[in-house]
Design a protein around this ligand. Structure first.
Ligand code: ZN
Length: 195
């Protein structure tokens, strides 16, 4: 039985769906935007999952399930007392499911952003100060990364005693050592060497 009331309800559901989709687009920071951005109550869902942070970095739109890898790559394991919030497999319009990582009192270096761009090309990085997003970056895959990955080839000049900084050309789905042309792809995270 379908009456006018049911139709109205269906309309309302569709409108709510639309709102949720727009929410996801309008909130690439995962709920850490200022109140001038959009209505606060719309974001209640995000708020419950991961609280706002005062100062630090929010890495949003990380592919679902990769949050712990991202933390590992950044050298964060909690042993230094870092305050970290993680949302894993949060429903997302853009990625189907995504992870969100919030790290308090830490702003990422360019080297760290470069490595993230290889692991999580869809990620957005938000620098938060006093609860407001001050800087928002989509990670760009750089043409080259230097000093953030180590070459697995033991004969590579970067593996020897020479003070040569490892450098890789960034390809579509992999990176290639500019010295010995060794390709790194799936096991990229095993070769991260920041600092
Ligand atoms: Zn090499």
């Amino acid at each position: 039985m379908t009456g006018p009331g049911d139709r109205r309800e269906a309309d309302r559901d569709r409108a709510a769906d639309r709102d949720r989709r727009e929410d996801d687009r309008g909130r690439p920071d995962g709920g850490n935007a200022g109140r001038d951005d959009r209505d606060d109550h719309r974001d209640a869902d995000h708020e419950l999952r991961v609280t706002k942070i005062r100062n630090g970095t929010v890495i949003d739109h990380v592919s679902g399930g990769l949050a712990l890898t991202v933390l590992g790559v950044l050298g964060i394991d909690g042993s230094a007392g870092e305050v970290v919030s993680i949302g894993m497999n949060v429903p997302s319009d853009r990625l189907a499911r995504k992870d969100i990582v919030k790290i308090e009192n830490r702003e990422l270096s360019q080297d760290e952003v470069d490595v993230l761009s290889l692991l999580a090309p869809a990620a957005t990085i938000n620098i938060v100060r006093a609860y407001q997003v001050r800087e928002k970056h989509r990670v760009d895959r750089p043409a080259q990364v230097s000093g953030v990955l180590s070459c697995p080839n033991p004969d590579c000049i970067t593996a020897g005693r020479e003070p040569v900084t490892s450098t890789f050309d960034v390809l579509d789905r992999s990176v290639r050592c500019v010295y010995c042309e060794t390709i790194l792809d799936a096991d990229l995270t095993d070769h991260v060497d920041i600092g």
